[in-house]
Design a protein around this ligand. Structure first.
Ligand SMILES: [Zn+2]
Length: 409
């Protein structure tokens, strides 16, 4: 898909907000008028907070995954990347959230156009038709904060390494690879894998091949495990935080019944609402790793608000994850003889639900199918598949860069 088509898809996915987004907003105060460009790179109109701080009583501060933006002393809290805002202890939904790009905090236009005038109804108003935000009653000239107040912690883009530049990248990328299962948790028993070989072994081998292919291009890779050890499924995706672009979990599928041994091929899951019975089945199977969680009960009885917030944050990454899943399927099935079982949505995978960055889970084939089992057992095939999956990841990173930075070089 070309960039234009992808941007068109992004626009469709976000509804009317972007269609009606002005190219700039005029801020009118006693000191004059300033036009501030509107950014739409995340699909909803947003404004650079430092630009606002030059003309309005706005300050910004980043605290972990939150941005605290004050307007005339009133704090508004934004969970970065999630379409929510907290005001006086109440969480309110937004069309799109605040985010940090190019070391700059962007706040949603909706905040300035709706939330601020609602709270300061005597002092400010916004006219959506002329995209004009104005001080209604000027009683004093407020001093703006220095733009240096906006210093992001860890969310900024880093310049590409030499190796990355040679491979056409402009910013540095880091990826977390997660070989499924490990240690006590064998994963599926691997009916058609050679004696003693289990899902966990194949997942680790392919993950190491993906790592090698990515590192050759200068992309930084963090593995959740590099040996046969058990890692909690709650701790895997959180290894991909602000400095990390994406999370990829590698698995081998299996079917429960003898009559299903003809089922083969590769599929990639991401969190979404269009759930099939098949997706639910695979999610339940992968969640079986819960059996090995010592703190199983404690982990499930989580803070309900925190869980809702995680859900919203995941939604923000749905389009990114879908794109990543499509590209991994496209490249992977070029070398996989079992065919393309598609990029699929599910809400059930705990390992994906705990992600705060784009995240997918790749089922590299069926150990219950003789042909897939043989393919996945051969070292040369693992390497070919690992390199193909890496190609999908690299293509996603290229497209992500183009969306973030524009196509000009
Ligand atoms: Zn698995």
């Amino acid at each position: 898909m070309n960039v234009g088509a992808f941007l068109a898809l992004v626009a469709i996915g976000t509804g009317p907000a972007e269609a009606t987004a002005p190219s700039s907003v005029v801020i009118a105060t006693a000191r004059g008028e300033t036009a501030i460009p509107v950014a739409v790179e995340f699909g909803h109109p947003a404004l650079a907070a430092p630009s606002l701080a030059r003309v309005l009583p706005v300050t910004g501060l980043l605290e972990d995954s939150w941005a605290v933006v004050t307007f005339a002393g009133q704090p508004f809290r934004f969970l970065l990347g999630a379409p929510v805002m907290e005001l006086n202890g109440r969480v309110q939904p937004l069309v799109g959230g605040a985010y940090v790009v190019r070391d700059t905090l962007f706040v949603p236009l909706q905040w300035l156009a709706e939330a601020v005038p609602r709270l300061f109804s005597e002092g400010y108003r916004y006219d959506p038709f002329s995209a004009r935000f104005e001080e209604a009653r000027v009683t004093r000239i407020v001093s703006s904060s220095p733009s240096g107040a906006f210093v992001p912690t860890g969310s900024g883009l880093k310049p590409a390494t030499d190796r990355e530049r040679e491979n056409g990248f402009r910013v540095h990328h880091a990826v977390v690879l997660d070989p499924g299962h490990g240690g006590l948790d064998d994963g599926n028993p691997g009916l058609y894998l050679p004696g003693g070989v289990r899902e966990k072994h194949v997942a680790l081998a392919i993950s190491k091949d993906i790592r090698a292919a990515l590192e050759r291009r200068g992309v930084e890779v963090i593995m959740t495990r590099t040996t046969d050890t058990l890692i909690s499924i709650y701790e895997r995706a959180p290894m991909c935080q602000a400095d990390c672009d994406l999370f990829v979990s590698i698995h081998v599928n299996s079917m429960p019944r003898r009559s299903q041994r003809n089922i083969r091929g590769m599929m990639t899951f991401f969190i979404g609402d269009a759930v099939t019975e098949e997706a639910t089945r695979v999610a339940q199977m992968e969640n079986e790793a819960l059996r090995y969680e010592a703190d199983y009960v404690a982990a499930v009885v989580d803070d309900p608000l925190a869980f809702i917030m995680k859900d919203l944050q995941t939604n923000e990454h749905l389009r990114e994850s879908a794109q990543l899943a499509e590209l991994i399927q496209r490249e992977g099935t070029r070398v996989h003889p079992g065919g393309d079982k598609g990029a699929r949505q599910s809400r059930g995978f705990i390992v994906l639900r705990t992600a705060t960055r784009p995240a997918v889970l790749v089922e590299t084939g069926f150990a219950t199918n003789q042909s897939d089992g043989q393919f996945l057992s051969a070292r040369a095939n693992q390497k070919r598949l690992g390199e193909a999956i890496a190609d999908g990841i690299l293509e996603y990173l290229r497209q992500y860069e183009r969306r973030l930075l524009g196509d000009h070089r």
